[in-house]
Design a protein around this ligand. Structure first.
Ligand SMILES: *Cc1c(COP(=O)(O)O)cnc(C)c1O
Length: 331
């Protein structure tokens, strides 16, 4: 596999993965198994009652050939939070961390050169073999960590059109901060419709005009030198790229406002030459190129600040800039 030109995002996997099961009392000692098959009983809780959640993080190859995982502790903590919200057994913090480190070490030779990376996908699910547990949590659980070499998700100059959805939310408002497959499934119909009817790349969910997030990334408005984004709530996913950017931006001369944003404000800011970005592990920071609202397209003419912020973040992730915030775990 080429280290400079990995296959399309999410399609290639390191051939081993760490795995562990919880039997209702204790987690097994994790072991490495082939990553291309999993034996599962068709009655397992996850297949019927949606007890599953996951994480997505990246390991980067630094210029000195060391490998670093970006914000490992934050991602493990969020997996635990998702597990709590879904009533799945909460995996031990240190165990999960070690499983992630182990798979990165195992796949070390396959970590692409930056801006490519090794994408890591811890996945947790309820595995009670009992279809009678519709109203009860699964007592047993399974956790594995897939590793996938990926290239740069972002291609400069490609359109990123957001359809403003003023009515519906992405998912149930009390579940937004769980990184759960079910939330993605519930947003899918809007996503498909947006593409088919408007040629939009993503849906920006703004129930009653309250700007929340897209199907898989957080939204930040850039008004001059101010970043504006919704304050944390149970309604949306607390992105670690978002959090990192809000810490990094003040060192680059930006102000940060975490507060409610109404759709009308997006239009005002863009009309005045402002910018907008999406943040998430896969694309890191992606400039929005247009909004579609009430059938009208609003072009975002400027991407300057977005690209500055993107470069600053990638430089830290890939070790080009000093790790001033201690975000990297060297493996
Ligand atoms: C994963 C995810 C994000 C981005 O989170 P990061 O930690 O930055 O990758 C944003 N929104 C949703 C719905 C997500 O699932």
């Amino acid at each position: 596999m080429s280290r400079t030109n990995p296959p399309p995002f999410g399609t290639a996997f390191h051939n081993q993965m760490p795995i562990t099961r919880f039997d209702g009392k204790t987690w097994q000692t994790p072991s490495m198994v082939p990553s291309n098959k999993l034996e599962m009983h068709p009655a397992m809780h996850v297949f019927h009652y949606g007890s599953s959640c996951f994480e997505g993080m990246k390991a980067f190859r630094l210029h000195d050939d060391r490998i670093a995982i970006f914000r490992l502790d934050q991602h493990v903590a969020r997996l635990q939070n998702s597990a709590r919200l879904l009533n799945i057994a909460v995996p031990d913090f240190e165990m999960t961390k070690q499983m992630i480190i182990d798979v990165v070490r195992s796949a070390r030779e396959e970590v692409p050169d930056a801006p490519g990376s090794l994408y890591l996908r811890p996945t947790l699910m309820g595995i009670d073999e009992n279809i009678g547990r519709a109203g009860a949590p699964s007592e047993s659980a399974l956790l594995f960590v897939l590793a996938s070499p990926v290239g740069d998700y972002f291609t400069f100059g490609s359109p990123l059109k957001l359809l403003i959805e003023r009515e519906h939310a992405r998912c149930a408002p009390h579940m937004g901060s769980a990184k759960a497959g079910g939330n993605y499934a519930s947003a899918l119909s809007w996503q498909i419709k947006a593409k088919a009817e408007y040629g939009a790349n993503q849906v920006l969910f703004c129930p009653n005009g309250d700007v929340q997030e897209t199907g898989a990334s957080n939204f930040i408005l850039i008004d001059g030198k101010t970043l504006i984004t919704k304050a944390l709530s149970s309604e949306f996913l607390h992105g670690i790229t978002r959090k990192s950017l809000l810490e990094l931006a003040p060192t680059l001369g930006f102000k940060v406002e975490e507060r409610s944003v109404h759709v009308d404000e997006i239009k005002d800011v863009i009309a005045r030459g402002g910018e907008a970005i999406l943040t998430g592990t896969a694309a890191v920071i992606a400039p929005v190129t247009a909004f579609i609202d009430n059938g009208q397209e609003i072009e975002v003419k400027n991407q300057t600040q977005a690209l500055t912020l993107r470069k600053a973040m990638l430089d830290i992730q890939s070790g080009q800039s000093p790790d001033a915030f201690n975000w990297l775990t060297i493996v």
